[in-house]
Design a protein around this ligand. Structure first.
Ligand SMILES: Nc1nc2c(c(=O)[nH]1)N[C@H]1C(S)=C(S)[C@@H](COP(=O)(O)OP(=O)(O)OC[C@H]3O[C@@H](n4cnc5c(=O)[nH]c(N)nc54)[C@H](O)[C@@H]3O)O[C@H]1N2
Ligand SMILES: Nc1nc2c(c(=O)[nH]1)N[C@H]1C(S)=C(S)[C@@H](COP(=O)(O)OP(=O)(O)OC[C@H]3O[C@@H](n4cnc5c(=O)[nH]c(N)nc54)[C@H](O)[C@@H]3O)O[C@H]1N2
Ligand code: SF4
Ligand SMILES: [Mo]
Length: 729
C-alpha cells in the first residue's frame, strides 16, 4: 500500500515548505517538496531533502530513559561520544517515567514553590500546537516560571513594530516585480532559500541585488553588489542614507506627509550623519553610501529583505527600527515589488490565548508567574541570590547546551547535582548529556499540526504520515499525560489535536475569516484572507477581484499592507518619532551608538580583544539541528574553522590551516585558521556546532555573551570581541 501525505516543514525557517511524504506499508520512503505550494514550489532545502535519514536515524531517542551515570558528556568528547552514549541510560516504561517526573515536581513545588520550575523551549518545531499549546497550559497550571523566549528575534520585532506597528511586510511572490533588492543582514541563499527563485526572476528582468553583510555569505557571492559592513553599525548606515535621500529630495513627500509622523525630527537627526562620518563607523566609503542611497530611492520598485542578522547586536532594536523606516520614507509600500520584509508572522493572528491559556496561572498562583530570560540561562542556573532558585529544568524543542550564549556557565549550571532536568527530544543531544530523564519525541512525520510561516502568508495543516517511532510522543501528548499525572482536572487538558486546531483558528483576526480545519485538510494550504475588510492592509491594487480569487494568490490580489498607510501604531502612521519609545527611555527617533563590545566600543580593545567575532549559523544545518545526521553533516566543512582576513592572520603569524586559540574573558576554543576572503579586517567568523562535535567539547558559544539588546531583551550573538593567537600544543 502506497500513499502520499501532505505535511508542512515545521523547522525554524521562514519558508514553512509544503511537503509530500510517500508512505509504503507504514514506512516513509520518500520526501519531496509540494509543487502546488505557491511559494515553496516543489523543492526542499538540502537538509530536509535528507529527512528520512533523520526520521530513521539509529541515534533517535525511542524510549523514556533514566540516567545511571553522573551528569556530563561521555568522555572523551568528540565524534566518539556517540558510541558511548547508550551506557549512560536505562530504559523506563512511560508510566514509570511520568510517575517519577510528577513525584519530583511535586516535591520541588512543596520545598521551593512552583516558580522554582523552569520550562525551556524554543524553535524545535514552530508548528502551532507542538510549539506552544498544551505545554504552556501545563506550566501555567503548575505555576512554573515563565520563559522569556528572546534568543532569536525579539529585538528586531520591537524595532520593526516601533515603526510599522505590526510584524508583516512584502509578500515573497512580489520580489519578482522588484527592480532593486537589498538583502540586509539576510543570508537568503542559506537561510531562506525559497525567496531566491523570486529574486532570480526579478534579476532576469534587470533587477539589481545588493547585499549588506559583514560576512561574504553564499548570497553575497551571488550579488551584483556586495557591501561588507562593520558589525553592529547598520543604524549609522541608515542615517547616512537618510542624509543623502533627504538632502537630495529623493523621498516621497506625499507619502511622508500622509502616512508618517516625525519626519522633521528624523531630518534633523540625519544632518548629524554625513556620509564621511558614517564611513568611519561602517567601513563603507562615503561614495558607496551616496550611490546606495540614490540607487535605492530611484531604482523602483525597490524592496528590502532584512532578516535577523542586524538585530543580534547590542543595539539591534534600533538597527531594525532604522531599516524599517526606509520604505516609509521613499514610499515604496505603494508599489508592487516594493516595501520591506522581515518577519510576516504577525499576520496569522491565531487565537494564542485559547491555545496557551495564561489565565491558568491565576489558579496556580493568583498572579502571573515570574519571567526568566532564556538568554541568561547560565547565570540563572548558577545564581546564589535568586528566590526561589531554579530547581527543575524542563527542556523541549531546544538544545540549550549548544545554542545558549556563555556556554561554560550554562554547562556549570546544568551540572548541578541538585538540579532536576528533564529533556524531551528526538535525539541524544548536548543537552541530554545533563538530563536526569530523557523522553522520546516524535518528528513532524509522526504527528499532526497547524503551520503558520514567517516568510510567506499561507496557512497549512501538516498531517500525520506514519506511526510514532518506538514509544515517541508528541509535545502535546506528553504534556496532556503529565497533566493527568499531576491531577490537573481542567477540561483543557483533555483537548484533542483537532479541537485545538479549531480553537486556534477561532480568532478575531479578519484574515482568518473563512479558513477552517476542514478546508485546510482538503486544500492543504490557504492564503490568508486579505480580501476581508480590516484596518491594516486597505488594498487598492486588484479591486474588482472576487474575494475567492483574491484569497487564492498574490497574482490575483497582491497584498500591499501599507500602500495607503494604515499602520497599526499608536499614531496610526509610520513612526519616525515614537512617544512609546521615549517613555521607555529610548531615543524616540533613531540614534547610532556603537556596541560596547565592538571595535568602536569602550571596553573591548582596551581589554585586549580587538577582533569582532561572528558566531554564525551553519548554511546546511539549522542552528544545532541536523548536525548529527551524517548525510547532512557531510555538507559542512569537516573541521571547526575560524575564518580570518589575511591582514589579521599575518599580524599574528597565522597561516591557513594553523591551529589557533580564540579567546575572551568568557572562554576559549581551538579552531583551524582559514585565511580567505569571507571577512574584512577586524572581523573573524566561526560556525555554530554541537559542543560534543567541537574541539575540546566547547562550541563557539563559549565566547558569546548573555548581554541583552537595547529593545526586546534579546541575545547579542553578533556583538562579541575576541583575540586570536597561534595555538602552542
Ligand atoms: N541553513 C540554515 N537556515 C536557517 C537557520 C540555520 O541555522 N541554517 N536558522 C534559522 C533561524 S533560527 C533563523 S532566526 C533564520 C535567520 O536567518 P538570518 O536572519 O538570515 O540570520 P543570520 O544568519 O543570523 O544573519 C543573517 C546575516 O546577517 C549578518 N550579520 C551579522 N551581523 C550583522 C550586522 O551587524 N549587520 C548586518 N548588516 N549584517 C549582519 C550575518 O553575517 C548573516 O550572514 O534562519 C533560519 N534558517
Ligand atoms: N552562536 C550562535 N548561537 C545561536 C545562534 C547563532 O546564530 N549563533 N542562533 C540563535 C537562534 S536565532 C536560535 S532561534 C536558537 C535556536 O535554538 P533552538 O531552538 O534550541 O534550536 P535547535 O538547535 O534547532 O534545537 C531544537 C531542538 O529541538 C528538537 N526538536 C525538534 N522537534 C521537536 C519536537 O517536536 N519536540 C521536542 N520535544 N523536541 C523537538 C530538535 O531535535 C533539536 O535538538 O539558537 C541561537 N543560538
Ligand atoms: S528547513 Fe526551511 S527550506 Fe528547509 S524544508 Fe524546512 S521550511 Fe523548507
Ligand atoms: Mo532563530
Amino acid at each position: 500500500m502506497k500513499h502520499v501525505v501532505h505535511a508542512a516543514c515545521p523547522h525554524d525557517c521562514p519558508d514553512a515548505c509544503g511537503v509530500l511524504i510517500t508512505i509504503e506499508d507504514g514506512r516513509a520512503t520518500r520526501i519531496q517538496g509540494d509543487p502546488e505550494h505557491p511559494v515553496t514550489r516543489g523543492f526542499l532545502c538540502a537538509k530536509v531533502a535528507k529527512y528520512l535519514d533523520r526520521v530513521y536515524s539509529p541515534d533517535r531517542v525511542l524510549y523514556p530513559m533514566r540516567r545511571v551515570k553522573p551528569k556530563g558528556p561521555p568522555a572523551p568528547a568528540g565524534e566518539r561520544a556517540r558510541a558511548t552514549q547508550a551506557s549512560a541510560w536505562e530504559r523506563l516504561p512511560w508510566d514509570e517515567a511520568l510517575d517519577e517526573i510528577a513525584h519530583r515536581l511535586r516535591r520541588i513545588v512543596a520545598d521551593h514553590g512552583p516558580e522554582s520550575i523552569l520550562p525551556f523551549s524554543y524553535g524545535g518545531t514552530l508548528a502551532a500546537l507542538n510549539g506552544a499549546s498544551m505545554d504552556r497550559r501545563f506550566f501555567h497550571r503548575l505555576g512554573a516560571s515563565q520563559l522569556e523566549r528572546s534568543i532569536c528575534s525579539t529585538a528586531g520585532e520591537e524595532g520593526l513594530k516601533s515603526v510599522l506597528g505590526i510584524k508583516l511586510g512584502t509578500e515573497p511572490e512580489q520580489f519578482a516585480h522588484a527592480r532593486y533588492i537589498i538583502a540586509w543582514g539576510s543570508n537568503i541563499h542559506g537561510n531562506n532559500v525559497h525567496l531566491w527563485p523570486f529574486i532570480e526572476e526579478a534579476r532576469r528582468q534587470g533587477a539589481k541585488l545588493v547585499v549588506i553583510d559583514p560576512y561574504r555569505t553564499r548570497t553575497a557571492k551571488l550579488a551584483d553588489w556586495y557591501l561588507p559592513i562593520n558589525p553592529g553599525t547598520d543604524a549609522a548606515l541608515f542615517l547616512g542614507l537618510m542624509h543623502v535621500i533627504i538632502n537630495e529630495s529623493l523621498f516621497d513627500a506625499g507619502y511622508v506627509s500622509r502616512c508618517t509622523v516625525g519626519f522633521e525630527e528624523l531630518k534633523a537627526r540625519a544632518q548629524e550623519y554625513p556620509p564621511e562620518k558614517v564611513a568611519h563607523w561602517t567601513g563603507i566609503s562615503a561614495d558607496d553610501i551616496r550611490k546606495l542611497a540614490r540607487e535605492y530611492a530611484t531604482g523602483r520598485p525597490s524592496v528590502i529583505r532584512v532578516n535577523y542578522g542586524i538585530q543580534r547586536s547590542e543595539r539591534g532594536g534600533m538597527a531594525m527600527r532604522a531599516v524599517a523606516m526606509l520604505p516609509c520614507l521613499i514610499g515604496s509600500w505603494k508599489e508592487l515589488g516594493g516595501g520591506l520584509q522581515m518577519s510576516l508572522s504577525g499576520s496569522f493572528g491565531l487565537n494564542k490565548a485559547a491555545l496557551e491559556m495564561p489565565q491558568l496561572m491565576q489558579k496556580a498562583l493568583g498572579r502571573p508567574a515570574r519571567t526568566i530570560n532564556m538568554v541568561q540561562l547560565g547565570s540563572v542556573l548558577n545564581s546564589t541570590t535568586m528566590v526561589p532558585p531554579v530547581q527543575a529544568l524542563f527542556v523541549y524543542n531546544s538544545n540549550p547546551a549548544a545554542v545558549c550564549p556563555n556556554h561554560n556557565e550554562v554547562v556549570r549550571g546544568l551540572m548541578r547535582p541538585d538540579l532536576f532536568t528533564v529533556v524531551h527530544e528526538q535525539f541524544f543531544t548536548d543537552t541530554t548529556d545533563y538530563a536526569d530523564i530523557v523522553l522520546p519525541a516524535t518528528t513532524f512525520f509522526e504527528h499532526k499540526d497547524l503551520q503558520t510561516a514567517y516568510g510567506h502568508y499561507y496557512l497549512q495543516v501538516s498531517n500525520q504520515a506514519m506511526d510514532p517511532a518506538g514509544e515517541c510522543r508528541s509535545n502535546v501528548d506528553l504534556f496532556r499525560a503529565l497533566a493527568e499525572r499531576m491531577g490537573f482536572e481542567d477540561e483543557c487538558f483533555r483537548d484533542t489535536v483537532d479541537s485545538m486546531i479549531d480553537r486556534a483558528l477561532d480568532s478575531p483576526n479578519p484574515w482568518l475569516h473563512g479558513i477552517t480545519r476542514d478546508r485546510l485538510e482538503n486544500e492543504h494550504r490557504i492564503r490568508l484572507n486579505f480580501a476581508a475588510p480590516n484596518r491594516v492592509g486597505a488594498n487598492r491594487v486588484g479591486t474588482g477581484v472576487s474575494p475567492v480569487q483574491a484569497e487564492r494568490s498574490s497574482a490575483a490580489m497582491p497584498f500591499l499592507p501599507f500602500a495607503t498607510g494604515n499602520f497599526p501604531t499608536p499614531s496610526g502612521k509610520a513612526e519616525f518619532y515614537s512617544e512609546a519609545l521615549k517613555r521607555q527611555g529610548i531615543d524616540p527617533v533613531v540614534a547610532f551608538t556603537p556596541p560596547e563590545e565592538s571595535r568602536h566600543g569602550s571596553g573591548s580593545r582596551a581589554a585586549g580583544f580587538p577582533l569582532e567575532l561572528l558566531a554564525r549559523k551553519p548554511d546546511n544545518h539549522l542552528n544545532s539541528s541536523f548536525a548529527n545526521v551524517p548525510s547532512v553533516r557531510k555538507m559542512e566543512p569537516g573541521l571547526a574553522e575560524l575564518e580570518m582576513h589575511p591582514t589579521d592572520a599575518a599580524a599574528r603569524g597565522v597561516h591557513e590551516g594553523d591551529r589557533v586559540r580564540v579567546f575572551n574573558a568568557r572562554g576559549e576554543t581551538v579552531l583551524q585558521a582559514r585565511v580567505d576572503g569571507s571577512v574584512a579586517p577586524g572581523v573573524v567568523a566561526a560556525r555554530l556546532d554541537w559542543a560534543r562535535f567541537s574541539p575540546g567539547g566547547a562550541n563557539i558559544n563559549v565566547l558569546t555573551s548573555e548581554k541583552l539588546t537595547d529593545m526586546g531583551n534579546a541575545a547579542t550573538f553578533y556583538s562579541v570581541c575576541v583575540e586570536v593567537e597561534l595555538f602552542q600544543s
